[in-house]
Design a protein around this ligand. Sequence first.
Ligand code: FAD
Length: 466
Amino acid sequence: MAYSLTKKFLTALSSNFPADFISTDAADLIEYGRDWTRVFNPAPSAIALPRTTAEVSKLLGLCNTHKVPVVPSGGRTGLAAGAVAKDGELVISLERMRRLDAVDSVAQSLRVQAGVVTELVHQHCADHKLTWPIDFAAKGQCQIGGNIATNAGGVKVIRYGLTRQWVLGLQVVLADGTILELNGALEKNNTGFDLRQLFIGTEGTLGIITEATLKLTRLPNQLNVALFALPDLAAVLLLFHHIRQSPFTIAAFEFFNSPCLDRVQRHRHLAAPFSEPAPYYVLLELENVASESLENWLMQLFENELVQDGTLAQSETQARNLWALREGISDSLTATGLPHKNDVALPIANLEGFCDELAAVLGREYPGWEITIFGHIGDGNLHINVMKPDELAIEEFQVNTAKADHHIFTLVQKHNGSISAEHGIGLLKKPYLTYTRTDTELSLLRSIKRTLDPLNILNPGKIFDI
Ligand code: FAD
C-alpha cells in the first residue's frame, strides 16, 4: 500500500527546515520520482532538498522516528529503477549539495559533496592535468553520489577499473541520522573491515552518501581512437585477443552491432563511418602509442584480414566524432523506440561460448525482432537490448521480455556470469537476483540491511525485499 506523510511529520519538517526545503509541486513529483527507466509510475509524497550533511542527518533522524520511507536521488540517470519512488516515499535529492573543494595535486585527491555532477569533477581536475576516471555518456547529468551508490562502470573500466577503486573516503548518513566519516583521505588503512566499501554499490539501501574524497589520476598525454568494421561477433572477440597481446595500453574496447549504428545515425543525423555497412563495429582507444608502431600494427590487422574496414582518427574532432557513434547509443535507442535492456557480465574466458549460445536463444525467443547489442566487451560486459516492435502492445512486449530474460539469465548463470554488470539491481532486476546470488549470500545481505536500517526506511524494496 502507498505511504502518505502524516500531519505530525509535516509539522516536524516545517519547524526544523526552511520553507524551500520541501517541494510537493506536481511536476517535481513526476520528475524526481523517476529515473531514466520508464517502467514504473512515479508517485512520491514529496521531495526534500537538503544543502548540508547536518540537514540530511536531521531529516533522516526524523524519518526514522516517524517511519517514513525515503528514496535517495542523484542525477536520476540510473537504468535499474533504483531512484524510482512509486509508493509515496519521500525523495531526498542531493542536487543542492554541489561543493567542490580545491584539487590536492600532490595527494591527487579531491573532496566533493555528493550532488556534484560527474562531468564538473572532470572539468575541475583538468587544469591540474588530473582526472577522476569514471566516464560514460550520462556524465553530464549523473552525480558523484549516484556513481558511488551504483559502483558505476563505464567506458574506461578496462583501463582504470570501477568506481570503488577511485574512492578514498566517504561521508555517509545512516538511517537514524548518525554521520559516519570513513577512511578520510587515506590511501592505506588496514584496520579491519573496510566499511567505506560496504556502502559503495548498495544503491542507497544502507545510507545516504553526502561527501566523498575522490582518488585522481593523471590525464593521458595522447589517445589514439580507431573504429573497425567486422563481419561477426567472433571477429570482435578475435580482435580483442589480438589487441590484448599487443604491447599497447588499451584505454577502451567498445563494440556495437549495426542496428545500434542505424539508430544513432537516425537520431543524431550522423554520417556513416564507412562506405559499406558491417554487422559489427569496435571502437578502440589506445594510450600514448608511437604513431609508427600503431601504423604497423594496423597494417597487420588488414593483412591478416582481422577486420573488414577501419579508420584511425587524425584529430581530436575526428576522435570525438567516432566516440559520438558509441556514446550516442543509449540515448538514441530511447529516443527512437522502446528498448528492453539487459546488462550482463561474463568472465572473459567464457565470452565466446556465451555469445554462441546467446544468438540461438535470441533467435528462438525473438524471431525477427530488432536486437541492439553493444557495450564494454573488453570487460566482458554486454548490453543486450530488445526493441519493441511497433505493432506490439506494450503489455505483450513486457510479458515476452520477462519470459525471455529467464532464458538469457539461465545462460548467464551457466557461464558463471552476472545478471547486472554495472547498472545495479534496483526494482527492475530484483526478480532475477537469484540467478547470480545464492540463498546464503542473500540471507547475509538481509542481515546487514537489518543491522544498519532496522526499520527499513532507506530505499525499501530495492535490490531485495526484507
Ligand atoms: P540515480 O539514478 O539518481 O540513482 C542511482 C541509485 O543510487 C539509486 O538507487 C539511488 O537511490 C542511489 N543514490 C543516488 N544518489 C545517492 C546518494 N548520494 N547516496 C546514496 N544513494 C544514492 N552506468 C554505468 O555504470 N556505466 C555506463 O556506461 C553507463 N552509461 C549510461 C549511459 C546513459 C545514456 C545513461 C542514461 C545511463 C548510463 N549508466 C551507466 C547508468 C547511470 O548513469 C549510472 O548508474 C550512474 O552512476 C547513476 O548516477 P545518478 O546520479 O544518475 O544516480
